[in-house]
Design a protein around this ligand. Structure first.
Ligand SMILES: C[S@@+](CC[C@H](N)C(=O)[O-])C[C@H]1O[C@@H](n2cnc3c(N)ncnc32)[C@H](O)[C@@H]1O
Length: 225
């Protein structure tokens, strides 16, 4: 697996400008997508957020009260500091912060594992391993809540050359600044379906370029049939 501490240090360096740059490029589109998708989730017991960055996703999850307790796993200490600054003292008492999500696996089962623009940092083979880890950490009927880019026509991307080049450019930028191992966007649908998941709920924006998907396990359908 990739070197987590180098990735964390890389995102430490970007933490002060990260949200501003996302806003410059995408305006409020991504924020609005995250907020409305999170609002649609029913309340549960335990949620694991991985790679939540400066914490806006945690803020939306608390706002919508989707969970009683949260684990917030973020490799970058600076991102964690920014996240804590957004959260009230009351809410902080129900959030456990850590760098490595693997340390929490096995301790409890999660109803939601939320991965906002984080699986795109990893190669196909890394995501495959991560999905297996998530599967064993999910509670019965739990789901993976996934936000990311999409370049696959089968998944609704209305192809535009500049969007494909833009993603290439993003990878060059993030590989140089944060040492992420990925060089290109993996085929997420293939990865999730190989790991036994189906799409329970999908929202696409920007003509399918950006996706929010709630993935559930296939076995749940068979079990209830
Ligand atoms: C591209 S940024 C996305 C930030 C935010 N979620 C967003 O949507 O804007 C990826 C974030 O994931 C974090 N990250 C990457 N790999 C991680 C891992 N294995 N565990 C926890 N955090 C991770 C990075 O430190 C970084 O803050």
């Amino acid at each position: 697996m990739p070197n987590d501490s180098r990735i964390g240090q890389g995102f430490n360096r970007l933490s002060s400008i990260y949200d501003f740059v996302v806003w410059l490029v995408f305006g409020n589109k991504i924020q609005n997508l995250k907020r409305s998708f999170i609002q649609s989730l029913p309340t549960a017991e335990n949620t694991l957020i991985i790679g939540g960055g400066t914490g806006e996703i945690l803020e939306y999850a608390l706002e919508s009260n989707i969970s009683s307790r949260f684990v917030y796993a973020e490799l970058s200490d600076q991102m964690i500091i920014k996240t804590k600054a957004r959260i009230s003292a009351d809410d902080l008492s129900r959030i456990e912060f850590c760098n490595d999500y693997r340390a929490t696996l096995g301790e409890k089962k999660f109803n939601y594992i939320i991965v906002p623009f984080v699986l795109d940092c990893y190669r196909y083979k890394d995501v495959k391993i991560m999905l297996n880890e998530f599967t064993s950490a999910l509670a019965h009927k739990g789901s993976i809540v996934f936000f990311d880019f999409n370049l696959s026509k089968e998944d609704g991307f209305e192809s535009r050359q500049w969007k494909i080049y833009f993603i290439k450019l993003l990878y060059v930028f993030f590989r140089l600044t944060t040492s992420i191992p990925a060089k290109r966007l993996p085929s997420f649908s293939r990865l999730f379906s190989e790991a036994g998941y189906y799409k329970a709920h999908t929202t696409l924006i920007s003509k399918g370029w950006i996706q929010a998907i709630e993935w559930k396990r296939e076995s749940r359908i068979k079990a209830s049939a």
